[in-house]
Design a protein around this ligand. Structure first.
Ligand code: SF4
Length: 689
């Protein structure tokens, strides 16, 4: 018994799924996962986890794991040594660099890998190759929220913590299926609502669980939530239900914003959004009566052509009502992947250096050039959304992907797959043989988080360490080790990092946001919320004294909403999409967990009772949705969660039902984030249930 017990290992880790960033101990015996044990000292989740954090780890032992480097020989892949794989990469990347120059390269960092790994991907792009063509999944999701917050309050991130949301008098959730996408976060909101008297308003086109629970469900027409917020803001201003003292002391641009709001009367707002005037008045009264308001939002807002403008309007609303800088208040864009916040924070973006430092700022450039020993590229790089076009028009010849399934998550799958076929060379670092890996010339087997060390940043700006629970499977290696070795093969004069803590030390020297971040300050369940001062003081709540703008005052921004494009009458169905509780995003991990796959083996399409009656649909009827871009085939579920001609498709399917066969090239104007949630289609009935 003693021997058996000694073989059991208890390791602190951080969930590899959503941006809530739950942490817990995982018990293992060799490669066997015995249990997940949440602990009270976990700062965000305490003793809670959701089904994915608790039971979603068996993918690490999936027979689909890549365990050897692979190189393409014609249409097939053959196993090879690391040495040979690195040699091929050196030769091919070297000749593309010589022939086409640095901007013929694109680097995609993973929103699931660590901060240190995101930092190394952008360092490989900028310092070794000499291009700013580097991005991560945030372009596909929350960049519009980042934009709206940077324009107004200054930091593109949550202004406080989950504890603040729980403390609010009024929580407003906009365009977020929180109970399924961020389950533990939702649990805290539900508890505050049920036990502490917190009021809850949900603004969404779909009546999901949080909308069912809310004191008030506001249902705007698709894509009009931003206009509704403007109407709500105008009504608050007209009634004098704003915080004039706060605005006078801490905010600039009030008069201009009030002028801008003039046309958004209650009547005009009802006409534009479909929300009855009485509902808007009711929400305004709830804001008036609440001392502390917190607003959360997610992809229902951001994956729209006006996602940045809506995010700006949300930040403005909070400013007008004085809801920043106090416990229980603030703005909470809910990040999707476990480390999509960190991947951007640590510089894997085409327009920022690590810590959101401006590429063109001479002082910043000098610091990086001195540390990295070479001049840096100045031109803003391309992002993920621009990639397919850049390949198809011949600008990009080589793509280096670390842990993203771009050929499944890009909004236009036909186009990105066609583009990948045209590349001269492609390297994919991955845990599984994904759709994207199929296009690679070299595939390098990487390890999931349980087999390495590092840090993630959750949606609260909280930096957390995760520790190694088991050895890498087969010949796989942590991404930071692979990136270090590739850089050295390509001639980069990098330190021979022995541990991710050394990479963090380098970042702390270069990015003031992380100046005081050190591994010893993150030991066990200790965490730091950035910005972190050199002496280790962190910032759980932003903007208590000043906003992150040059004069310290917040700026009310003027949104520029675009009219929705004309919808051809044939495409009479509005297709919404989102998460299921059990699965995560494209399903590469959760679909490889036997228990989860068994629970929810296939996707479906939710249709309203009205649409079901109109078209003769029943549960299980097989239908085809056809958009201007493509088609998917799925069985129907009839439910009153959706209304009229609005349907809902989970995004968690990798096969023929993958939602991105339908989505297209519409984008948010400011950030190019795809308008995944603005898809139109027509519906064909294929067979009866
Ligand atoms: Fe993981 Fe998110 Fe679930 Fe927490 S809520 S256990 S971070 S998937």
């Amino acid at each position: 018994a003693t021997l058996r017990k000694s073989q059991i290992k208890q390791t602190k880790t951080v969930c590899t799924y959503c941006g809530v960033g739950c942490s817990f101990d995982i018990w293992t015996k060799g490669r066997q996962i015995l249990k997940v044990e949440p602990r009270p000292e976990a700062p965000t989740n305490g003793i809670s986890t959701c089904v994915k954090g608790k039971f979603g780890w068996d993918f690490v032992n999936s027979s689909d794991r890549l365990t050897k480097p692979l190189v393409r020989r014609g249409d097939a892949f053959v196993e090879t040594s690391w040495e040979e794989a690195y040699q091929v990469i050196r030769e091919r990347m070297g000749s593309i660099l010589a022939e086409y120059g640095p901007d013929a390269f694109m680097f995609i960092a993973s929103s699931k890998a660590s901060n240190e790994e995101a930092y190394l991907v952008q360092k490989l792009a900028r310092q070794v190759i000499g291009t700013n063509n580097v991005d991560n999944d945030s372009t596909y999701c929350q960049d519009p929220a980042t934009y709206g917050l940077r324009q107004t309050v200054g930091f593109g991130a949550d202004s406080g913590s989950l504890a603040d949301v729980a403390e609010a008098d009024l929580s407003i959730i906009i365009g977020s299926n929180t109970a399924e996408s961020h389950p533990v976060w939702a649990t805290r909101v539900k508890r505050a609502h049920k036990l502490n008297g917190q009021k809850l308003v949900v603004v969404d086109i779909r009546k999901h669980e949080m909308a069912e629970r809310a004191d008030l469900w506001v249902k705007p027409n698709p894509g009009t939530d931003g206009l509704w917020i403007l109407g709500l803001s105008k009504y608050l201003v007209d009634q004098g239900w704003i915080d004039r003292e706060f605005v006078a002391r801490r905010v600039e641009g009030f008069e201009e914003y009030v002028d801008f709001l003039t046309p958004f009367t209650l009547a005009a707002t009802e006409e534009a959004t479909g929300v009855p005037q009485a509902v808007t008045v009711k929400v305004a009264e709830m804001i008036r009566d609440a001392g502390k308001v917190a607003i959360m939002w997610a992809m229902g807002v951001t994956q729209q052509q006006n996602g940045s403008e809506t995010s700006l309007a949300i930040a403005n609303l909070l400013l007008l009502t004085g809801n920043f800088g106090r416990p229980g208040t603030g703005a909470y864009p809910l990040r999707g992947h476990n480390n999509v916040q960190g991947a951007s924070d640590f510089g894997a973006k085409p327009h920022f250096l690590p810590g959101y430092q401006d590429l063109r700022d001479p002082e910043v450039r000098q610091r990086f050039e001195h540390a990295w020993g070479r001049p840096l590229p100045t031109r803003r790089g391309i992002n993920n959304e621009e990639l397919a076009g850049a390949i198809l028009d011949g600008r990009v010849k080589m793509v280096y992907v670390v842990g993203e399934d771009t050929a499944l998550v890009d909004p236009n799958l036909q186009e990105i797959r066609q583009a990948f076929e045209q590349l001269d060379f492609m390297v994919v670092q991955e845990v599984f043989f994904t759709e994207t890996a199929k296009y690679a010339d070299v595939i390098l087997p990487a390890t999931p988080s349980l087999e390495k060390e590092g840090t993630f940043v959750n949606t609260e700006r909280r930096i957390q360490r995760f520790y190694q629970a088991m050895e890498p499977l087969g010949d796989s290696k942590p991404d930071w080790v692979i990136l270090r070795d590739v850089a050295r093969y390509l001639g980069g004069n990098w330190p021979f990092y022995q541990h991710p803590s050394e990479i963090m030390e380098e970042v702390a020297q270069l990015a003031p946001l992380f100046a005081g971040v050190r591994y010893d300050r993150l030991e066990g369940y200790r965490t730091l919320q950035w910005p972190v001062q050199p002496d280790g003081r962190d910032t759980p709540l932003l903007y208590t004294e000043r906003f992150n703008q040059p004069q310290g005052k917040a700026l009310l921004g003027i949104p520029a909403f675009l009219e929705h494009p004309h919808r051809p009458p044939l495409f009479d169905i509005h297709v919404n999409n989102g998460q299921l509780l059990e699965h995560f995003h494209e399903g590469n991990m959760t679909d490889r967990v036997a228990g989860i796959h068994q629970l929810v083996p296939e996707a479906f399409i939710e249709v309203s009772p009205e649409l079901a009656e109109e078209r003769g649909l029943k549960d299980g009827t097989l239908v085809r949705l056809v958009s201007p871009e493509g088609a998917i085939k799925l069985p129907v579920v009839v439910t009153d969660r959706v209304r009229g001609h609005e349907v809902y498709v989970p995004m968690n399917t990798r096969g023929e039902g993958a939602i991105n066969f339908l989505t297209g090239n519409g984008v948010d104007q400011k950030t190019k984030t795809p308008a995944y949630k603005a898809t139109v289609a027509y519906l064909e009935v294929l067979s009866d249930a």
